[in-house]
Design a protein around this ligand. Structure first.
Ligand SMILES: Cc1cc2nc3c(=O)[nH]c(=O)nc-3n(C[C@H](O)[C@H](O)[C@H](O)COP(=O)(O)O)c2cc1C
Length: 211
């Protein structure tokens, strides 16, 4: 398949220093809210990259909370990403908002949420998602789909709907504390706007980079 002739032009918006918030978390929230308003399915999806044994690995997770301190997502602590993050807490998160011709890159470090915080969210999840999380040793080998469904069914019977499904001990939230942001806005002629924020001592340093 030859994709060389695919061409798009970008002219949805521009990103001038004067209109960017001096706090990149606020700028991120502003852009996120604008994208959210479009009502696109999985608008809170982000790609997160981790590194283990020098090997980069990337997958989609759902952003569940934006706070002044950073970004929250949930996963299995013993999954491939969980094991990677326990060895190396550095993470890169990526958002691609095609309709607005925007990309946001965030590099930072993760820490685990407290069990109480994770459990508060776990209890709010739909019943089948709770059972799914309990029944899955995420990223581990399983012999067949049938074996997986049997495992699911076992948990369903042990914890019928209406009873409390215990939060798996290996499941919980991560907080990404951002150390670097890049806001990218597509422009005509590939002269895209790119504004980078790096964390300094109690402040953020902002500068423009070439497209
Ligand atoms: C739209 C979408 C949302 C997802 N959300 C999550 C999530 O919030 N948490 C999670 O652990 N995996 C989520 N996944 C699955 C991950 O992409 C991945 O398959 C899983 O976490 C195992 O990754 P790992 O083996 O690298 O640890 C999502 C996948 C997609 C496509």
């Amino acid at each position: 398949m030859d994709l060389h002739n695919i061409r798009e032009s970008y002219n949805f918006d521009s990103l001038e220093e004067a209109k960017i918030d001096s706090n990149p978390m606020v700028q991120f929230s502003n852009w996120f809210s604008q994208y959210k308003a479009l009502g696109i399915k999985d608008y809170n999806a982000m790609a997160i990259s981790t590194i283990r044994n020098n090997e980069p690995d990337c997958r989609i997770v759902l952003l569940k909370k934006i706070t002044d301190c950073g970004l929250v997502f949930y996963s299995n602590y013993k999954s491939v990403k969980g094991r990677s993050l326990s060895e190396n807490p550095n993470i890169s998160a990526l958002f691609f908002w095609r309709e607005q011709e925007r990309q946001v890159r965030i590099n930072g470090v993760v820490s685990k949420l407290s069990i109480k915080e994770s459990s508060t969210y776990f209890k709010k999840r739909p019943y089948l998602s709770q059972i799914g999380a309990a029944a899955s040793n995420q990223s581990d080998h399983i012999d067949s789909r049938t074996a997986l469904e049997n495992k699911f069914e076992k948990f369903r019977q042990a914890f019928p709907e209406g009873t409390e499904v215990p939060m798996p001990t290996d499941w919980g939230g991560y907080l990404i504390k951002p150390l670097k942001f890049e806001f990218w806005q597509g422009r005509e002629g590939r002269l895209h706007d790119r504004i980078v924020f790096t964390s300094g001592q109690n402040c953020w340093n902002k500068h423009r980079i070439q497209p």
